[in-house]
Design a protein around this ligand. Structure first.
Ligand SMILES: [Zn+2]
Ligand SMILES: [Zn+2]
Length: 343
């Protein structure tokens, strides 16, 4: 049998630019599908991966986990999917199926989560990927592929905590940061019925935030306005990365309010407010398979759409630079222009 080769873009070491990389396609397990990639969104997690921020990647490292493509081969025990189906794949491409979390249908908490990443062994900036068919999601016909790709990670990452922590008597939310995650969080939160306040370092994003559905916009260094909202919010959803001036943000949370992290900001603050007001800090990781299906149908029903810059996959390094320089409005999706469609 001939060996199927795959073309991709890989970092050969920590922090290295991506370069063309040819590798042998992973063997198709009986529950797996092989998917020819047409689109792949660029997520900040890919850049963290290239830099080995999480300490879980091996090199050569092919990032990419907001994938849309067409099934080119199905394993003999994969059910429900056929060759030619258009599917989306997010950060998780498989799970152990046996641990306590998988058994409860909370596969995103699988004990083998590192092994479960779609980019293990190689991710979506490539001509094809192999994943467990249970983690390849059929897409609504009317949903454009670039829209679907962004929902596969950024979409579910914001929808899951917004859905989980929504309560009729606790629907005042402050969303910190308006980038790839934040601009979607505003849309989902508004559609779910939250009263949405956006806190951003960039005053220029005000009109866009309001257009996405925000009820209020505050520039993060406007301490006078923040002070007026002391003990106001039930939830603070942080979508930002890097250094954040936390004290004024913790002060606007109600007693027993929740700070939910979906980005990876630096957490350095005086814990007085946390202790005195019984605040919680909660991490939130993507979501399970049921939530992924719900994300897609909710987005479709409510007309939620990421703002997207399309770029050819061959310009992957330029795309990474634009994300690092915070220039993207609001998500880049790379279109496979150079790697072929099969293998
Ligand atoms: Zn991601
Ligand atoms: Zn498991």
């Amino acid at each position: 049998m001939s060996v199927l080769t795959v073309q991709g873009y890989a970092a050969k070491g920590v922090g290295q630019p991506l370069e063309p990389f040819t590798y042998e396609s992973p063997k198709l397990g009986e529950h797996d599908v092989r998917v020819s990639v047409t689109h792949c969104g660029l997520c900040y997690t890919d850049i963290h991966g290239i830099n080995n921020y999480y300490g879980i990647v091996t090199y050569p490292f092919v990032p990419g986990h907001e994938i849309v493509g067409y099934i080119s081969e199905v394993g003999k025990a994969s059910s429900g999917l056929k060759e030619g189906n258009r599917v989306g794949i997010g950060w998780q491409g498989r799970s152990c199926t046996k641990c306590e979390w998988c058994k409860q249908g909370e596969e995103h908490l699988c004990q083998d989560i590192v092994e479960s990443a779609t980019w293990n062994p190689y991710g979506g900036f490539s001509s094809s990927v192999v994943v467990d068919s249970r983690f390849a999601y059929q897409l609504p016909d009317a949903m454009p592929s670039e829209v679907a790709s962004v929902l596969m990670c950024a979409g579910i990452a914001v929808y899951y905590p917004l859905r989980s922590y929504y309560a009729e008597n606790a629907r005042k939310i402050a969303i910190v940061g308006i980038g790839g995650l934040g601009h979607l969080a505003i849309q989902f939160a508004h559609a779910l019925g939250y009263e949405v306040t956006v806190i951003s370092t960039s005053a220029q994003k005000k009109q866009e935030a309001l257009a996405f559905g925000a009820d209020r916009f505050i520039v993060s260094n406007d301490l006078a306005t923040l002070r007026q909202l002391e003990f106001y919010f039930d939830l603070l959803l942080c979508t930002a990365h890097g250094d954040i001036h936390w004290e004024p943000l913790l002060e606007i949370l109600k007693k027993r309010g929740k700070l939910v992290l979906i980005g990876f900001p630096n957490l350095v603050f005086n814990p007085t407010d946390l202790v005195a007001h019984e605040l919680s800090i909660i991490g939130s990781l993507i979501g399970n398979r049921a939530t992924m299906k719900d994300t897609l149908s909710f987005a479709q029903a409510h007309g939620i759409k990421p703002w997207i810059e399309l770029m050819p996959m061959s310009k992957i390094n330029e795309a990474i630079e634009r994300v690092k320089q915070n220039k993207v409005r609001y998500r880049i999706v790379l279109v496979n222009d150079s790697l072929g469609t099969v293998g």
